[in-house]
Design a protein around this ligand. Structure first.
Ligand SMILES: [Zn+2]
Length: 322
């Protein structure tokens, strides 16, 4: 934009700050953040502050992120606190996570994500009773959790899966396929990640709960119904969990398939040949716009029904956490 003599506006800055955050460019992020007002007289808004908290949070600079929030000239909103809470969970800072999470819940926020994050932080700290209490509070306040749902399009038809879904006509094949896949990827070091399950159940049962997440069922269906070597594209209305993340990577290797999952936050593409997970690497994965062109708008409309955030947010300017 500079080269073309075009002045950036506040939306351009959101995109730039978001990019810095994903790349881990802390100094550059602060440089651009300060240049907003210094060079263009654009006052940073809540979205820009959220990007900065995400930038610090991703880098594990949680204390700095909290101080940054304290220094804000306006009241931080739920997105900003939720971003910090998410970072606390990722970086296993239970002390700060519990403090921020409880503060949000006491302030009577009716945002399902805060309850779930807090409950997961308790569960991961082996405090199952506290985790259950958070879930109970959520139920008492009648806050519904958006159910995870994954969509895949095969031959022009959109197939929708919920976790543990058995309503699909190919259910038997799908479950058999996923069981086969699980056996194989375990040989490659896959271990079911059960830490975030709060319920008081045995380890094996936990594997069953997490083992049939909607994107896994969609993936198994995709492997059954698409040509070998073709790309598998899945859209999920909420964020993909760590366990599904690990599983997708190994399935990509084992079946030599490029797998692209568009979740609530971004598109992730696994392609084993390049030996790494690409996040918005346009040379290796489809451009977001083209991606949407490739599959019918049907799939996005249905995902949007499950979670409006998914449909509205342009990829590059996706807000961090909510
Ligand atoms: Zn999952």
């Amino acid at each position: 934009m500079k080269g073309e003599g075009i002045s950036p506006d506040s939306i351009s800055y959101t995109a730039v700050l978001c990019a810095c955050s994903h790349m881990g460019w802390i100094e550059k992020g602060f440089h651009y953040f300060h240049s907003m007002y210094d060079e263009h007289r654009i006052r940073p808004e809540l979205d820009h502050y959220a990007c900065m908290v995400d930038l610090l949070g991703r880098a594990g600079l949680l204390k700095e992120a909290e101080s940054f929030i304290d220094s804000m000239p306006m009241e931080p909103d739920i997105v900003i606190w939720g971003t910090l809470l998410g970072a606390c969970r990722v970086h296993a800072n239970a002390e700060m996570g519990l403090r921020v999470g409880n503060m949000l819940i006491e302030s009577d926020q009716n945002h399902d994500g805060c309850y779930i994050l807090l409950s997961n932080i308790y569960a991961e700290s082996r405090k199952g009773e506290d985790a259950e209490e958070v879930r109970n509070t959520m139920r008492k306040r009648k806050i519904d959790q958006v159910p995870g749902c994954s969509l895949i399009e095969v031959d022009g038809v959109v197939h929708e899966f919920l976790a543990g879904d058995r309503s699909h006509e190919k259910t038997e094949e799908i479950y058999l396929m996923w069981e086969e896949i699980t056996k194989k990827i375990k040989n490659y070091g896959y271990n079911v990640e059960t830490r975030a399950i709060t319920f008081d159940i045995e380890e094996e049962e936990k594997e069953n709960v997490i083992g049939y997440h909607s994107e896994k069922l969609a993936l198994a269906f995709g492997l059954i119904c698409t040509k070998p070597g073709s790309v598998i594209r899945i859209v999920k209305n909420i964020r993909i969990c760590n366990d599904c993340h690990s599983a997708m990577k190994l399935v990509s290797k084992l079946f030599n398939r490029k797998i692209s999952v568009r979740d609530r936050k971004r598109t992730k593409v696994w392609k084993w040949k390049i030996l790494k997970i690409d996040k918005l690497n346009t040379s290796e994965c489809d451009q977001p716009q083209r991606w949407q062109d490739l599959i019918s708008t049907n799939i996005f409309q249905r995902a949007a029904y499950m979670n409006p955030f998914l449909y509205c947010a342009p990829l590059e300017a996706t807000k961090s956490a909510s």
